[in-house]
Design a protein around this ligand. Structure first.
Ligand SMILES: Nc1ncnc2c1ncn2[C@@H]1O[C@H](COP(=O)(O)OP(=O)(O)O)[C@@H](O)[C@H]1O
Ligand SMILES: [Mg+2]
Length: 234
């Protein structure tokens, strides 16, 4: 089923946080998820070793540039969603993953507006589209935005990206301690203790809206569907 990858050539953009929020949201809706940890920093694998990982999320930590495409396709044939957390760089694993993704999500920090890493991925997508000869659907999600104010600056960023023809999610991922806690305590937002985590309800609501917008966009591309049919009959 759909392959959704998270890419930004810059570290610290919020890829791993966004990938984990999506994976846990999808799992909480009862769907199976294969979550690829394609970053040598292994944040997803570290999370996976903590208690509380939902049983319907399978984490794959071993990937190579030569094997990743096949691994992703095989995972797509057996699980409802495949989510790939990529390294903050441009390398062969990133390029190979983008070329088999049904949706590439590019997290960009809404506050600092350091969008250069995101722009690199947008350029890479353009090049890959020529090689694979189909559009690679992609969108930007603004991350670590201020909860207290929807700043004019944030609105301006959203509008500028929209004017440039880039699909930007209406829901930014807000800066929340609850999101950081997942990497310390494991599990998803629903398994956190309301008494211990501040603004957990707001974090849940934000994550739900973010996931809903992604899932709306994530549909298996027609080309991929043929691959699945081919796999079944071969
Ligand atoms: N929405 C958020 N709220 C709070 N902290 C965040 C949020 N997004 C990212 N962070 C923190 O910022 C740092 C970098 O985020 P991360 O998701 O690891 O980015 P990347 O995977 O792009 O390198 C981490 O310490 C993470 O906990
Ligand atoms: Mg990361």
């Amino acid at each position: 089923m759909p392959v959704i990858s998270f890419a930004n050539a810059k570290g610290g953009a919020g890829k791993t946080t966004a990938a984990l929020l999506l994976a846990t949201e999808v799992a909480e809706r009862g769907k199976s998820v294969t979550l690829f940890d394609a970053d040598p920093q292994r944040w997803i694998s570290t999370w996976s070793d903590l208690p509380g990982r939902p049983g319907n999320i399978q984490v794959i930590s071993e990937t190579t540039p030569a094997s990743i495409t096949e691994q992703i396709m095989d995972a797509a044939a057996r699980s409802d969603y495949v989510i790939v957390d990529l390294e903050g760089t441009e390398n062969l694993i990133v390029a190979n993953t983008l070329s088999v993704s049904d949706l590439v999500v590019i997290p960009i920090q809404g506050s600092s507006m350091d969008a250069r890493g995101g722009a690199k991925i947008l350029n890479l997508i353009k090049k890959l589209e020529k090689i694979v000869r189909h559009d690679i659907k992609h969108c930007v999600v603004l991350t670590r935005t201020n909860a207290a104010v929807t700043t004019r600056a944030l609105k301006a960023v959203q509008e500028n990206l929209a004017v440039a023809g880039i699909d930007v999610l209406l829901t930014p991922i807000v800066e929340r301690a609850a999101y950081r806690d997942l990497f310390d305590f494991g599990g998803g937002l629903r398994s956190q203790d309301t008494r211990m985590v501040s603004n957990l309800d707001k974090a849940k609501e934000n994550a739900e809206m973010f996931a809903a917008e992604i899932l709306e966009r994530a549909m298996v591309s027609p080309r991929r569907r043929w691959y699945d049919i081919f796999k079944k009959v071969s």
